[in-house]
Design a binder for this molecule. Structure first.
Ligand SMILES: C[S@@+](CC[C@H](N)C(=O)[O-])C[C@H]1O[C@@H](n2cnc3c(N)ncnc32)[C@H](O)[C@@H]1O
Length: 528
């Protein structure tokens, strides 16, 4: 449906009318940065300000009345005097009782209230400060859910490729469930769903989700919330962050100068969206990567249990369908970056019945049934508990070996996918005309940087895992497997030699060192 927009120049009028107080700050449109990325609007200082560590009170830059803060609680308050909002929230059941669900539905009502496409005798919702404020939101967001089909292809081999597919599927499910739940409400049927007059589309739902994701804050008192005007603050990290958000004792949301910081007129006032966030999260939720960023920091991938695993199903249930692996660059004790990994499923995938893992069904006190997991004679409470028990087991070295090979296989598949596109993408990068005819240059540049960051972390993870496998002290019974893994033996799968790991950017000669597959290692070590 068409949306209504207001220019940023009219925001001061809205802000006066609604009791938002500004002190020495203004809103400004920035436009494109040096990488071609559109930063949109932001907040700048109009006065000189400073705050010292010894100040008794914070220097407040923006103060927003509590009833404008959009949280689960305020949506529920708005719903008391807005029948349409209340009806949709109730129809959506549990979804409407979560902060995200309630806020998304509230925004949907405001967009419907404003849309020139939804003209009928029935005006959707009740006019409130947010019905006007949503008109100051950007017409589009640079988030992956808004990438064109060609831009999405550039994500091949990155961790966002799968995450985006899952997100789109989940947005579609949500959209279908809104239709199912509200089609019996006459105005929803007429204005949203009817073939002739209905104007609500999945694109509208994606827009609302992106607005929430890229502008939502976690406030100390109100929890997950959208705060008008503070949501105009752009991100920076480290020392350059000038401001932080808070709630004061009267329940107002405030933007305050960080202690010990100064502001000069014209200077941008930024907040931190989270200094530790991985590149994938910045790109996925906010659609950009910070200027100075060079590292992915963390990569989350999915892991499949091999299809021939007889315990595949209970293993997945035991891990509550969490099939993720997190690869993380961490500072080691000698200050070098070391790659660590975390995955509940990887450890569970590495052990089987013949090793001592048993699944059964136990009766619960209310007469139901639940999965019971045992390692040898011990009852296992959670995948994490299993990992602790395994670390004290005589099989630990073998299990570590299996886990490392499982992970190596997964990482190499990912690197292969990433590399497949590297040459064509590098060629496009050198041909500005081709690039601009196919992609938005800012989006292309961001994805290009992102691919390099994830490629480097994956390479480092492979390198470290190979090192770790070499360092696992093997029991004598495993000498042969070790030899197979390093120099000799039957080999079925190619791995990279640590000294010539695939370079994402350069085209170094690839030297192969053939290793066994996870299945081989698992099966060969099962009898030991
Ligand atoms: C909370 S909003 C900030 C206000 C937004 N710039 C606007 O025009 O309404 C977050 C969005 O601003 C943009 N943004 C924030 N910080 C940025 C930065 N350092 N570089 C590029 N874009 C940034 C991204 O599009 C992000 O999704």
């Amino acid at each position: 449906m068409k949306r209504g927009y207001l220019p940023l120049e009219t925001l001061p009028a809205w802000q006066h009318l609604n009791g938002v107080e500004l002190s020495g700050v203004a809103f400004r449109k920035f436009g494109f940065d040096e990488h071609g990325a559109d930063k949109g609007s932001g907040i700048v200082a109009t006065d000189t300000k400073s705050s010292s560590e010894n100040d008794a009170k914070p220097e407040i830059l923006l103060q927003i009345p509590g009833d404008l803060v959009l949280s689960l609680e305020t949506v529920q308050d708005y719903a008391k005097s807005d029948r349409d909002l209340r009806d949709v929230l109730e129809a959506m059941g549990d979804f409407g009782r979560t902060a995200r669900g309630a806020i998304l539905i509230f925004l949907l009502i405001q967009l419907s209230h404003n849309s020139p496409d939804l003209q009928s005798k029935h005006t959707v919702g009740v006019s409130n400060p947010w019905s006007e404020y949503v008109k100051f939101l950007p017409p589009s967001f640079p988030l992956p859910t808004f990438y064109t089909a060609q831009e999405q292809e550039l994500l091949q081999g990155t961790s966002i490729e799968g995450a985006l597919e899952a997100k789109n599927a989940s947005l579609e499910r949500e959209f279908d469930s809104i239709q199912e739940a509200t089609k019996s409400i006459p105005w929803c049927q007429e204005l949203w769903w009817s073939e002739g007059t209905g104007a609500l589309t999945i694109e509208d739902w994606k827009y609302i989700d992106a607005a929430y994701r890229s502008r939502m804050l976690d406030l100390p008192g109100s929890g997950l919330a959208m705060v008008p005007c503070i949501d105009m603050a752009n991100h920076s990290c480290g020392d350059s962050v000038k401001a932080l958000y808070e709630e004061d004792s009267q329940g107002n949301a405030v933007l305050q100068l960080r202690w010990g910081k100064t502001l000069q007129p014209g200077e941008e006032i930024t907040i931190s969206y989270g200094d530790e966030k991985p590149a994938s999260e910045m790109l996925f939720s906010y659609g950009f990567l910070e200027d100075g960023r060079t590292a992915a920091r963390e990569i989350t991938l999915n892991l499949d249990i091999p299809e021939d695993d007889p315990l595949g199903l209970p293993k997945r249930i035991f891990c509550q369908n969490d099939s993720s692996i997190r690869i993380k660059a961490a500072r080691s004790s000698d200050e070098a970056d070391e790659v660590a990994w975390e995955s509940d499923l990887a450890w569970v995938a590495c052990v089987n019945e013949e090793d001592g893992l048993h699944f059964g069904l136990a009766q619960t006190t209310d007469g139901g049934r639940e999965l019971e997991v045992r390692w040898k004679d011990e009852k296992i409470q959670s995948p994490r508990h299993l990992r602790e028990i395994l670390a004290a087991d005589p099989l630990w070295e073998i299990i570590q070996l299996r886990a490392a090979v499982l992970l190596l296989e997964r990482l190499e598949t990912q690197l292969g996918l990433l590399q497949e596109l590297q040459e064509p993408i590098s060629k496009i990068k050198e041909d500005q005309v081709a690039l601009e005819s196919m992609f938005r240059p800012g989006i292309f540049e961001t994805i290009f940087r992102f691919r390099n960051m994830e490629g480097e972390l994956l390479e480092k993870a492979v390198e470290d895992l190979i090192k770790q496998v070499r360092e696992i002290p093997m029991p004598p019974s495993l000498t042969r497997v070790c030899l197979d893994l390093t120099d000799h033996g039957t080999r079925e799968l190619s791995y990279w030699h640590p000294k010539s790991l695939p370079r994402i950017l350069g085209r170094k000669q690839r030297m192969e060192m053939k290793w066994k597959t996870f299945r081989d290692v698992r099966d060969k070590t099962a009898a030991l």
